[in-house]
Design a protein around this ligand. Structure first.
Ligand SMILES: C[S@@+](CC[C@H](N)C(=O)[O-])C[C@H]1O[C@@H](n2cnc3c(N)ncnc32)[C@H](O)[C@@H]1O
Length: 200
C-alpha cells in the first residue's frame, strides 16, 4: 500500500477518537484569536486538512467563513454534522483547486507534515496563488528530525502514516522561499508543534 493510502486509512480509523479529543479542545484558541486579529471582518478562511472540524468550528465561532478540505471521509462526516456553518470538500490537498486570490487566511493545523518536500512545495505554491495579496498563512508544524512511516495503534489495530518533521528554522526557510514577506512566531505549548504566521 502506498504512503498516502496508509495515512488516509489511519485518519479514517482515528476519526471517532479525534472527534472526542478535539471537537471542544481549546488548545489552539489563543493562537487562532491572534490569527483572526490579523484578518479583515468576515474573512474567508481555508482549513487545510480540517479533520473532524474542531478548528473550523472555532474559526466560525470567531467570525470566519470557513472552507475545510480533507481526504478522510470518516473525519469529514463529523465535520459536516457538527460544523454546518462551514463548507467541506473531501479531496486530496495536492489536487484541490480554488480561484486565485480567494482566501484572506489559510490554516494548516498539523497537516503539511504528512507530505514529502516536493509535495509541500507544490502546496505552498498553491497557497501563494489562492491567498489574497495581503493574505496570511498560519502553520502548526512539528519540530523534529524524523522522516518516514510512523506506526500507531487505534483500537488495538496497527496503522501507519507518513510524517516529515524538521527543525523550525528549516520549515520557516522552506515556506519563506515561496515569497512570503515576513513571519511571526507565536508562543505555543502543544507537543512538539510550533505555531508560525506567514504574511503574503
Ligand atoms: C494531524 S491531523 C490534523 C487535523 C486537524 N487539522 C486538527 O487540527 O484537528 C492531519 C489531517 O490531515 C489530513 N490529510 C493528510 N494528508 C492529506 C491529503 N493528502 N489530503 C487531504 N487531507 C490530508 C488527515 O486526514 C488529517 O485529518
Amino acid at each position: 500500500m502506498n504512503k498516502k493510502k496508509e495515512t488516509k486509512q489511519f485518519y479514517d480509523a482515528i476519526a471517532e477518537r479525534s472527534f472526542k479529543e478535539w471537537l471542544d479542545n481549546q488548545a489552539l484558541m489563543p493562537t487562532l484569536k491572534k490569527f483572526m486579529e490579523n484578518l479583515p471582518p468576515d474573512p474567508m478562511v481555508l482549513d487545510l486538512g480540517c479533520g473532524i472540524g474542531g478548528e473550523s468550528k472555532r474559526l466560525v465561532n470567531l467570525g470566519a467563513q470557513v472552507i475545510g478540505v480533507d481526504f478522510s471521509r470518516n473525519s469529514l462526516e463529523y465535520a459536516e454534522r457538527y460544523v454546518p456553518e462551514a463548507e467541506f470538500f473531501c479531496v486530496d490537498i495536492l489536487k484541490m483547486k480554488f480561484e486565485n486570490c480567494y482566501f484572506d487566511g489559510i490554516l494548516e493545523a498539523g497537516t503539511l507534515f504528512h507530505f514529502e518536500e516536493d509535495e509541500q512545495n507544490k502546496i505552498l505554491r498553491n497557497i501563494m496563488n489562492i491567498l489574497k495579496p495581503e493574505g496570511i498563512f498560519l502553520s502548526y508544524y512539528p519540530e523534529g528530525e524524523f522522516e518516514g512511516m510512523q506506526e500507531l495503534e487505534v483500537s488495538g489495530k496497527k496503522y501507519r502514516r507518513y510524517a516529515r518533521t524538521m527543525k523550525k528554522k528549516d520549515w520557516i526557510n522552506q515556506v519563506m522561499k515561496h515569497g512570503f514577506k515576513r513571519y511571526t512566531e507565536y508562543d505555543f505549548n502543544v507537543g512538539t508543534f510550533t505555531c508560525l504566521l506567514f504574511y503574503r
